[in-house]
Design a protein around this ligand. Structure first.
Ligand code: ZN
Ligand code: ZN
Length: 281
């Protein structure tokens, strides 16, 4: 492959697809049990979306490659299913590596560094982020911010409807649009025009599909959506592909198989995200 092709190549791999809490076990082996983490390669650049338990085995693989790592880790919010893998992400402890950790959703007077330092500390953990030997940079971002990770690699943000706040991302690189909207609640019968606009013509639309429409009335206010709403939004925004994400821990592989089939019929190009699935965009 030529350098030019390498530079414009964009691949994505689902490292963790569950929401709320990890769900390992014989009933979730095919779709996976780790919580939110998506690994993105944009040409030579590495971006990791959220640091749920899926980031832990990702770290083992990255460390085994033996080459210095330079990556951005972007947190959609600070709920534990999106952060709890971070202290066990081995590459953070290698002084040859370089990380920038971006966080959203700070209460007044807090920062990404202070929140993670108060979260990962004794007696909950035996160490703090100050012990990360890679000495990551910490950055804060705010609703509707746009920031450039590298020349031509842009992150656009959209605040979502979620308790304590959460942020969706549209990552743009080499003409591709990767939209990641984990943790958002919809209003039945009123498709979110902000999301449709934000995700217009997405190459991939990754969306919170924790519940089904039938389950949803029992979970109003929990801050999550449904696979059927994902399909409706995907069609409204003209997404080329859609991945149902932040899966309910109790949803077993057979149920996910059924949703995968029904969603693919409702909105062609839609799948249930699976741990380990790699997609070239
Ligand atoms: Zn979550
Ligand atoms: Zn959350």
């Amino acid at each position: 492959m030529s350098d030019r092709n390498d530079t414009s190549r964009v691949t994505l791999r689902f490292e963790g697809i569950r929401g709320t809490v990890a769900a390992s076990g014989i009933h979730t082996m095919r779709y996976g049990g780790n919580t939110a983490c998506v690994f993105l390669r944009c040409g030579p650049h590495t971006v990791i979306l959220d640091a749920g338990t899926g980031i832990v085995p990702l770290g083992w693989r990255m460390a085994a490659m033996g080459t210095p790592i330079d990556a951005d880790i972007i947190l959609s919010h600070f709920h534990m299913d999106h952060t709890c893998g971070m202290p066990f992400f081995a590459p953070l402890f290698n002084p040859e590596n370089r990380f920038r950790i971006w966080g959203f959703g700070h209460p007044e007077g807090e920062t990404t560094r202070s929140i993670l330092s108060n979260h990962f500390c004794p007696p909950y953990e035996p160490f703090t982020p100050a012990d990360f030997l890679s000495h990551p940079e910490f950055h804060d971002f705010h609703p509707h911010d746009t920031f450039e990770l590298h020349p031509g690699l842009m992150v656009h943000t959209l605040p979502l409807n979620h308790p304590n706040g959460a942020c969706g991302f549209r990552i743009e690189y080499a003409g591709r649009k990767i939209c990641y909207l984990s943790d958002t609640e919809h209003t039945p019968g009123a498709p979110d025009a902000r999301i449709i606009n934000f995700c217009k013509d997405a190459d991939i639309f990754i969306y919170d599909a924790m519940f089904t429409d039938a389950e949803f009335p029992n979970f109003i206010g929990w801050g999550h959506s449904t696979w059927q709403e994902a399909c409706r939004l995907a069609q409204a925004c003209g997404a080329k592909r859609t991945a149902l994400f932040h899966l309910r821990p109790a949803r077993d592989d057979d149920e996910n198989d059924l949703i995968d089939r029904l969603a693919g019929e409702a909105a062609p190009g839609t799948i249930v995200a699976r741990e380990g699935l790699e997609i070239e965009l």
